[in-house]
Design a protein. Sequence first.
Length: 213
Amino acid sequence: MSKNIPLLKPKIFLLLPDGIGLRNFAFTRFPEIGKLMGYDTVFWNQTDYPVRDELGFEELKITDAKLHPLTTVYSRARKRIELKLWEQQFQDKVYQTYHFPQSYKSLKNAAKSLMVDYLVATKTHPKGLKKVITQIKKQERQTSKYAWCKKQLEAHRPRLFFAPTKDLRKPSHPFWQRKIWAYPRQLLFSVGITCPKPRWCSIPIAILCGAIT
């Protein structure tokens, strides 16, 4: 007679990019509620706080956050291109106030700033913006961080990937890795909120995670 093999619980990967994520989720009942609903929460920890040692929750530490050498240039160019396109689209000069001055003081800074200026001058149109974004993704797929994130996703195959952060467009964000593993019932959540009372905020989010699968 064969022994019954216990089924593994589906996992929620919850990214912790900063202290806000820690406060709103690691220090709340989020893992407890998830467990009651049949999920194991794994904190994808990009902070220095030792979640496993201090709180006893499962975590995977993201220690390598280095970007591709050209990603900073393309990311700066992207922001400037987007602001210019929005200014044209909405006929509103308020977008000019979000342009921050570039540095040309050192040789390295000057080289980067000139590359940004070139990209802005040649790519300030919808197709050009798309090419810049594609290049950022292509570059980041060549980094060791991308390879590590891919390996972890393939090994753990989480049911949900939850990113409680306002900016998912950062090239260093594991959000960029979400398309490298695909299987039935894959879901992605991203929430850009900062809760003044996280103990209340975490409850409806956990319920939502359990309700839609």
